[in-house]
Ligand binder design. Structure first.
Ligand code: GDP
Length: 692
C-alpha cells in the first residue's frame, strides 16, 4: 500500500509532461504559515538538508513544488529542477542558491508569481511526498515592500489550499493559536478541519505544560490533529553539519527527542500527544497516501475523460492518422522527390530548346531593332549619306558591301553574345525557380528550415556545374563565329518561325499602346499628346528643356507617356512592314538573305540553340537530375538528428498540434494503464485487510 504515493508521483510527472489540465491535478500537501513561524525549518527537517532561501529580506516569491522521491538503494542524495535541465545537483547549497536566484528573478513590483518552481529531491532518507511550499504570510508590509504584497501572498495561498490538497498549517508555539494566520486561512476553506494538519513549532520556547495544552487544543479541532516539533538545527551541531553538507535530520531529531523526553509527564506516551519530526513525517506519508487513494477514482475518471477527448480529437481532426516527426519528414521528402521526378520527366531537351530559343528570339529582335529598324535619332540633321536601313532594305542591292557588312556584323553580334553563359543562366534559373515552385506546392512550404535546405541543395549543384557547362557550350558554338551555312530547309523554317516572333512582338506593342492609352485617360487625350510629339520630331515645334517642365500644354508625365506611345506606334508599323516583306517572294529563297536579315538571324539563333542544348542536357540537366535527390537525402533525410527532425516537424503549427494529440493520447493511455493496475492493487490490499 505504501507504494501508492510513489506511483502517483510518477504518474503526476508524466501528466506534467503533457501539460495536465486542472482536472488531472493530484493531491499535494501545501505548506502555509506566517513569516518566521518556522515553516522552512520544518521542511528542511523533513528533507534533511538546508536548501530553502534564507536571509532577513528574503521572502519566497514563487511556490516551490517539492517532490520527494525515496530511493532506498541509492547512496547519493541529490536535487533536480526538471524544468531547468540543470541535471543532478548533489550540493544542497547550490540548490539553495538556485532557488534564491529564481526568487530574485521575480520583479519586485510583481510581488509574487504563481508560476511554481519544480524541485525534486531524491534520497534514501526522504519519504515519498509531494509538498508545496508557499510564501509566508506577512503581518504588516515593510516600508520597502509594495502595499499589496500582503494581499497578493494571501491570494496565492488561497489558490493552493483548495481541495483535494492537504493543508499543513504551521503556527509557532509562542504565538497564540487564535492569532495564527495559517489556521485562520485553513478554516476558511476547510471549516470542519478535515484536511488540515496543524504543526506547532518552537515547542522549546514555551513552558512544557503550556505546549501540551496547545497540542490538545479543543477550540480549533482538526481531524488529522496537531503535531508539536522542535525543528531548529541545534546550535551545537552548527560546526559539525555545516550548511549544505551532511544530513541534519538526526541532529534535529536527537535534539527534539531530548527536549520531549525531558518532559515525560506532558509529552510521554500516556499523554497521547503527537510530537516530533519523525511522527510528523509518518503522519504526512499516511495522510497523503490516504488522500491519494481517495482521489484514485476521481483522477482515473478525469484521465479517462481526457483520453476520450484526445481520442475524439484524433479521430475527428486527424482521421485517426498516426503521425510521428520521423514519418512526417519521410513522407514529405518522398512526396517532394516524387513531384521533382515528375518535373524532371516533363522538362527535357525539347523544353530546354524552346526556352533557349525564346531567349535568343528576343536577342534577335533587339539586334534587328538596333541595326535595321530604328531610324536615325536626330530628325534635324540633313538626310544621311548612308542608306536608311529600314526604308532602303526592300531595295537592298545584294552586291553592295554595305548590306554585307551589316548582316555579318549582326550575326557576329549574335554568336559573340556569350551564348555559353546566357544559355547556362537561363536553364539554371529555370531549374531553380521550378524547385521554388515545387517547394511552394509541397508540405515544405510551411517549413523555413527545409525550404532553406532544399534551396541550398539545388543552388549548390547548379553553382558547381555552372562554369564548366558554360565553357563547354561556348566551345561548341565556336565554329559559328566564323562561318554559317544555311540550307533551303533551314531557310524555310526560319522564315516561318521569325514571322511568328514578329507577330507576337506586334501584338505586344499594340497591347502596350492600349495600356498607355488607358493610363493617360483615353484615346483622345493620347492622340493629342502624340500629335504634339510628332510635330516636335518634325521640327515644327520647339520643346523647351526637352519637356522636363512640361510643354505644349501637357505635363511632363503626359509627355513621357506620349513619347512611349509614339515609340510603340512606330515600332508596330515597322513590324507590320517587315511582316509584309517576309511574306514577299523576295524573302522566299536564301539567296536573298540581305533583303531578309530577320530570317537569316533566326536561322543562326536556331543553330546556336540546337548546339547549346546538346551540351546543356549532358552537363547540366542530367547532372542535376541525378544529384539533386541525393543531395536532398543527405540534407533532409539520414543527415538529421532526432531533435532536428522534431524541430522541423514542429515548424508547422498544424503538424505540431497533430503530434501533440498523438503524444497526449499515448501518454494518457500509459497513465491510465498505470492507474488501473494501482486500483487493482489497492482493491486486493483492502480485501486482504478485511480478511484479517
Ligand atoms: P519561516 O520564515 O517560517 O520559514 O521560519 P524559519 O524556519 O526560517 O524560522 C524562523 C526562525 O525561528 C529561525 O531563526 C529559526 O532558527 C527559528 N526556529 C525555527 N524553528 C524553531 C524551533 O523549533 N525552536 C526554536 N527555538 N527556534 C526555531
Amino acid at each position: 500500500m505504501m507504494m501508492l504515493t510513489k506511483k502517483m508521483i510518477e504518474i503526476r510527472s508524466i501528466l506534467q509532461m503533457i501539460g495536465q489540465s486542472s482536472a488531472l491535478v493530484l493531491p499535494s500537501i501545501v505548506v502555509i504559515g506566517s513569516q518566521s513561524s518556522g515553516k522552512s525549518s520544518v521542511l528542511e527537517a523533513i528533507v534533511g538538508h538546508e536548501f530553502l532561501p534564507k536571509g532577513s529580506n528574503m521572502i519566497t516569491r514563487r511556490p516551490i513544488e517539492l517532490t520527494l522521491v525515496n530511493t532506498p538503494d541509492a547512496q547519493a542524495e541529490y536535487g533536480e529542477f526538471p524544468a531547468l535541465g540543470l541535471g543532478k545537483i548533489t550540493d544542497f547549497a547550490s540548490i539553495q542558491k538556485t532557488l534564491t536566484d529564481l526568487n530574485l528573478a521575480v520583479p519586485a513590483q510583481d510581488c509574487v508569481s504563481d508560476d511554481p518552481i519544480q524541485l525534486s529531491i531524491y534520497s534514501p532518507n526522504v519519504p515519498d511526498l509531494s509538498l508545496i511550499d508557499l510564501p509566508g504570510y506577512i503581518q504588516v508590509s515593510g516600508l520597502d515592500q509594495p502595499l499589496e504584497l500582503k494581499q497578493k501572498i494571501a491570494d496565492l495561498c488561497d489558490k493552493y489550499i483548495q481541495p483535494p490538497n492537504v493543508i499543513l498549517a504551521i503556527s509557532a508555539a509562542d504565538v497564540d493559536l487564535a492569532n495564527s494566520t495559517a489556521l485562520r486561512a485553513s478554516r476558511r476553506v476547510d471549516p470542519r478541519g478535515e484536511r488540515t494538519i496543524g504543526v506547532v513549532t518552537k515547542m522549546d520556547l514555551v513552558e512544557a505544560e503550556r505546549g501540551a495544552s496547545i497540542l490538545s487544543d479543543r477550540k480549533y479541532p482538526l481531524r488529522l490533529g496537531y503535531v508539536g516539533v522542535v525543528s531548529r538545527v541545534p546550535p551545537t551541531s552548527g560546526g559539525l553539519f555545516s550548511r549544505g553538507s551532511g544530513n541534519i535530520t538526526s541532529a534535529i531529531t536527537q535534539n527534539e527527542n531530548a527536549f520531549f523526553s525531558a518532559h515525560p509527564l506532558e509529552f510521554g506516551s500516556e499523554s497521547e500527544l503527537a510530537v516530533g519530526t519523525t511522527t510528523l513525517r509518518k503522519k504526512l506519508m499516511h495522510v497523503l497516501e490516504q488522500t491519494m487513494a481517495a482521489s484514485l477514482q476521481g483522477t482515473s475518471d478525469a484521465i479517462h475523460q481526457e483520453l476520450e477527448e484526445a481520442t475524439y480529437e484524433f479521430k475527428v481532426q486527424y482521421n485517426d492518422r498516426p503521425l510521428s516527426a520521423d514519418s512526417y519528414l519521410a513522407e514529405s521528402l518522398d512526396a517532394f522527390k516524387h513531384s521533382f521526378k515528375a518535373f524532371a520527366e516533363s522538362f527535357g531537351r525539347p523544353q530546354v530548346r524552346e526556352l533557349l530559343k525564346e531567349e535568343l528570339d528576343q536577342r534577335v529582335l533587339d539586334l534587328l531593332a538596333q541595326r535595321y529598324w530604328n531610324k536615325p535619332i536626330s530628325d534635324l540633321t540633313p538626310a544621311p549619306i548612308e542608306p536608311d536601313p529600314l526604308s532602303d532594305l526592300p531595295k537592298a542591292d545584294p552586291e553592295s558591301l554595305y548590306w554585307h557588312r551589316k548582316l555579318d556584323a549582326s550575326s557576329s553580334s549574335l554568336t559573340k553574345l556569350g551564348i555559353g553563359r546566357l544559355a547556362t543562366t537561363v536553364v539554371a534559373n529555370a531549374l531553380q525557380s521550378e524547385v521554388d515552385r515545387l517547394i511552394n506546392a509541397s508540405t515544405f512550404s510551411t517549413h523555413p528550415f527545409a525550404r532553406q535546405a532544399i534551396t541550398d541543395a539545388s543552388s549548390s549543384i547548379l553553382n558547381e556545374r555552372f562554369y564548366s557547362t558554360s565553357d563547354q557550350v561556348e566551345n561548341c558554338i565556336k565554329p559559328y563565329k566564323y562561318e554559317i551555312e544555311v540550307d533551303d530547309n533551314e531557310w524555310a523554317k526560319g522564315r516561318q518561325n521569325v514571322a511568328t516572333v514578329l507577330k507576337n512582338e506586334l501584338n505586344a506593342c499594340e497591347a502596350a499602346e492600349k495600356s498607355v492609352e488607358s493610363a493617360v485617360g483615353g484615346k483622345r487625350k493620347l492622340k493629342d499628346v502624340m500629335g504634339f510629339i510628332d510635330r516636335v520630331k518634325k521640327g515644327e515645334v520647339v520643346l523647351e528643356g526637352d519637356g522636363v517642365g512640361g510643354g505644349g500644354g501637357f505635363s511632363a508625365a503626359l509627355l513621357a507617356k506620349g513619347r512611349e506611345a509614339v515609340f510603340l506606334r512606330d515600332r508596330a508599323s515597322t513590324l507590320q512592314m517587315r511582316l509584309l516583306a517576309l511574306k514577299s517572294r523576295q524573302c522566299s529563297t536564301k539567296t536573298n538573305k540581305y533583303y531578309c536579315p530577320e530570317i537569316f538571324l533566326d536561322v543562326v539563333a536556331d543553330k546556336l540553340t540546337s548546339t547549346a542544348v546538346l551540351f546543356l542536357n549532358v552537363e547540366l540537366l542530367s547532372e542535376f537530375y541525378y544529384n539533386f535527390p541525393r543531395e536532398l537525402d543527405s540534407k533532409l533525410g539520414r543527415g538529421l538528428r532526432p531533435e532536428e527532425v522534431e524541430k522541423f516537424a514542429r515548424e508547422d503549427k498544424r503538424i505540431a498540434r497533430h503530434l501533440d494529440v498523438v503524444r497526449r493520447k499515448e501518454m494518457l493511455e500509459l497513465v491510465l494503464g498505470k492507474m488501473e493496475s494501482l486500483r487493482d492493487l489497492e482493491g486486493r490490499e483492502k480485501r486482504r485487510e478485511a480478511d484479517r
